[in-house]
Design a protein around this ligand. Structure first.
Ligand code: NDP
Length: 246
């Protein structure tokens, strides 16, 4: 029997990058998986096809994490189509980089709306459905604890909020047997942070392992938290960063 056979997961931002790898991994572990996306219907459909080709069940839903009504509708649709909700993965996130004198209020508001308010809205909507043994897994960032370059202050702020929200929410949901954790990746090769992008050399230099992470490596930690072995971990901020913050 697979690790999470019969469970249903919802992964926000599952059309590309970390979210796509997490969706595929949870499906391989036995869950039926819904993903959200904003602007890449083709890539979302490709993730669904890949899961179905491997014998799994998947569903793609367009829902901007900055839009509370859309996020609530995605949770409701997941429960309606896939029958239940056991694992909520708050992965969708954006990165706006600019020095403080140039950071626009619009970018600040958008970062908070997606990276912070979207996590709150999805968690609240999911919590109404999660059973005993349920899971909320946030994808924060090592930048909550360590921001070794300029221009990332607002991103760090947003991921610090995710880390603190995780601790508090674990207290709210612990009595119901639901765990809440935050996975904090370091640099992982995705469209958001390409391993050969403009920041790559400076980032690689400060990592103990001297290389970018792979999305599948982060998905492995999410898989652990989602499964039965992760049942006693809650309120934790788990860093997976190749020694970026060592
Ligand atoms: P990508 O930019 O590669 O992928 C982002 C995914 O999220 C896409 O599927 C995208 O959908 C979706 N998305 C973006 N904005 C929204 C939105 N407003 N509503 C719903 N979905 C949205 O990012 P990563 O995979 O690299 O990042 C995923 C998470 O991991 C983020 O929270 C990020 O902060 C975090 N992280 C990433 C690190 C890295 O080095 N890559 C390091 C630490 C943390 P669409 O295809 O439709 O645009």
């Amino acid at each position: 029997v697979k690790n999470i056979a019969g469970k249903v997961a919802l992964v926000t931002g599952g059309s590309r990058g970390l979210g796509a790898a997490i969706a595929k991994r949870l499906a391989a572990d036995g869950a039926a998986v819904a993903i959200t996306y904003t602007s890449s219907p083709d890539k979302a459909a490709a993730v669904v096809s890949a899961i179905e080709a491997a014998g799994g069940r998947a569903l793609a839903l367009q829902a901007d994490s900055a839009d509370p009504v859309a996020v609530q509708a995605a949770v409701a649709e997941t429960v309606k189509v896939l029958g239940r909700l056991d694992i909520m993965v708050n992965n969708a996130g954006i990165l706006a980089i600019a020095p403080i004198d140039q950071f626009t209020l619009a970018d600040f508001d958008r970062t908070i709306a997606v990276n912070v308010r979207g996590v709150f809205v999805a968690s609240q909507a999911a919590a109404a459905h999660l059973p005993q043994g349920g899971r909320i897994i946030n994808i924060g960032s090592v930048n909550a604890d360590s921001m070794p370059f300029a221009g990332g202050s607002v991103y760090a702020l947003s991921k610090g909020a995710v880390a603190s929200f995780t601790r508090g929410l674990a207290r709210d949901l612990g009595p119901r047997g639901i765990t809440v954790n935050n996975v904090q990746p370091g640099p992982v090769d995705t469209d958001l942070n390409p391993a050969h992008g403009p920041f790559a050399d400076s980032l690689t230099k400060i990592m103990a392992l001297g290389r970018y992470g792979r999305a599948e490596e982060v998905a492995g930690l999410v898989s652990y938290l989602a499964g039965p072995d992760g049942g006693y971990v809650t309120g934790a901020n788990l860093t997976i960063d190749g020694g970026f913050d060592a």
